[in-house]
Design a binder for this molecule. Structure first.
Ligand code: AHR
Length: 501
């Protein structure tokens, strides 16, 4: 079957914000402990930061990292994680039923970000805490005046403020599983007054209000409307979280997960803009898709709540999904969907970074390797920069149980004027039909293909392991370009990344 792509060079979707390639580090399972941080590991530096993981994080091209949760943050006392390590308290960690040793905290995270050249994105606890603690954390992190709180940072060996710009006002506060879960009105008032207090410290902060933890939440829509109606002028972003579970749908629907993310994103934009219109506001609220990924969520919900009340392990494995070839294609498709909304999605965080539903896996004391989903992210973050363009696709259709017939081919085109380089990212969602693709890219000024790689797993269930880390990897692919027309063939179930110059 044949598919055609055309791009109007005068109609970009928008600038791709560098924060679109964000990730997420939660104090959960082995993401921090034995993930990014493992004192005594042969590859750890004097701060206990694993440099083997650090190298993979750099290769992944992550630009910003949300921290420290997640569900964890809603019962977290940030003060527990600063100061002399020997004096830090051990606490019950309620969200994931573990013990939190607090040997890693805000200053260690900032050091990790510094080394990785990553912008920190902080989340504050609006589950069990409020304005006072938020302002104190802000003062600890960014404070320039001499106060009791910011002097603690100095006394802890960090004279310079960290200058964190982006702050999430809580996490998934619409979820009944959240410690301190609230209804929309209560959360809206707390978010508003916390935002106002934080802006009294620094009016230039970028603040994210919690939107829906999932599209399926019964409160979806009403929640966003209520929160934004009250806090429209005080926040810059509304968050949305999307996890795609291969265990609850047919494979064709799973490969078409971008359809579902497109609808979710567009639903949030419509809701935010309806509130903006009601307020007669010129301001547009941006979207922070600050948790997204493939997650076998149904496997977690089956065991959630079954933990032994006497067993509170430290750094215990939690949701360590082993990603397949099919999962890599879906992550590639979700990236296309995010890029297609680059005008409004100005931040995103793949959840999470290491071990916990993560592109990077580690062994305690041992090796680190790339999961299958590492590859589409690493490629996109490197080549899909500048502006995103709507790729108008004329495509054969393919059947799915959830969405009916969808375009077999999904694609986005990017072009960066500064470097005169760009990309074409394309997913063939059909499980059995190849797609012959021709893409008219000349209008953008494309003169050559400087590289092309494809993920086309022969076994969609194959996984990368420490012993066999390259079962699913991208391989070079033939793409021709004549007079601005790129032509190639995508085999069934494949994700292609073409580098343009
Ligand atoms: O990323 C795992 C969890 O998923 C996060 O803690 C929470 O915010 C979401 O439900």
């Amino acid at each position: 079957a044949q598919a055609r792509i055309s791009v109007d060079p005068d109609r970009p979707i928008g600038e791709i914000h560098r924060r679109l390639y964000g990730s997420f580090v939660e104090h959960m399972g082995r993401c921090v402990y034995t993930g990014i941080f493992e004192p005594g590991h042969p590859a750890a530096d004097e701060h206990g930061l694993r440099q083997d993981v650090m190298e993979l994080v750099r290769e992944l091209g992550v630009t910003t990292v949300r921290y420290p949760g997640g569900n964890f943050v809603s019962n977290y006392r940030w003060e527990d994680g600063v100061g002399p390590v020997a004096e830090r308290p051990r606490r019950l960690e309620l969200a994931w039923h573990t013990t939190e040793p607090n040997t890693f905290g805000t200053d260690e995270f900032m050091e990790w970000c510094r080394q990785a050249d990553i912008e920190p994105m902080m989340a504050i606890n609006l589950g069990t805490r409020g304005e006072t603690e938020a302002v104190e954390l802000l003062d600890y992190v960014n404070g320039t005046a001499s106060t009791q709180v910011s002097d603690r940072r100095r006394a802890n060996g960090h004279p310079e403020p960290y200058g964190v710009r982006m702050w999430c006002l809580g996490n998934e506060m619409d979820g009944p599983w959240q410690v301190g879960h609230k209804n929309a009105e209560d959360y809206a008032y707390l978010a508003l007054s916390t935002a106002r207090a934080m802006r009294m410290v620094d009016s230039g902060l970028e603040l994210v209000a919690c939107g829906s933890a999932a599209w399926e939440m019964p409160t979806f829509g009403d929640w966003e409307r209520t929160v934004l109606d009250l806090a429209y002028d005080e926040v810059d972003y509304i968050s949305l979280h999307r996890y795609v579970d291969p265990g609850t749908q047919d494979r064709a629907s799973f490969l078409a997960a971008g359809v579902d993310l497109d609808r979710f994103i567009e639903g949030v934009i419509a809701t935010a803009d309806a509130v903006g219109a009601k307020h007669r506001s010129d301001k547009k609220i941006m979207l922070s898709v600050d948790e997204w990924n493939v997650w076998r969520l149904s496997e977690w919900t089956a065991i959630e709540g079954t933990f032994d009340p006497d067993d509170w392990p430290e750094a215990a494995p939690r949701i360590e999904d082993r990603y397949t070839g099919a999962d890599a294609l879906v992550v590639g498709g979700l990236l296309i969907s995010l890029l297609r909304h680059a005008d409004r999605v100005k931040a995103a965080a793949q959840a999470q970074l290491v071990n916990v539903i993560a592109p990077i896996m580690t062994e305690r004391g041992g090796r680190a390797w790339r999961q299958t989903i590492f590859h589409p992210f690493a490629i996109a973050s490197r080549i899909a920069r500048g502006r995103a363009y709507d790729a108008v696709v004329a495509s054969p259709r393919t059947p799915t149980e959830r969405f009916g017939e969808v375009d077999a081919l999904d694609a986005v085109v990017t072009w960066d004027e500064d470097s005169s380089t760009g990309s074409l990212l394309a997913l063939n969602r059909s499980l059995d039909e190849p797609v012959e693709l021709s893409a008219a890219l000349g209008g953008l000024g494309v003169s050559r293909v400087s590289g092309a790689r494809i993920i086309a797993p022969t076994d969609l269930d194959a996984v990368n392991t420490a012993d066999e880390p390259e079962a699913v990897v991208p391989v070079p692919h033939e793409v021709d370009l004549v007079d601005g027309l790129a032509t190639t063939v995508l085999p069934p179930a494949s994700w292609l990344a073409v580098e343009l110059a």
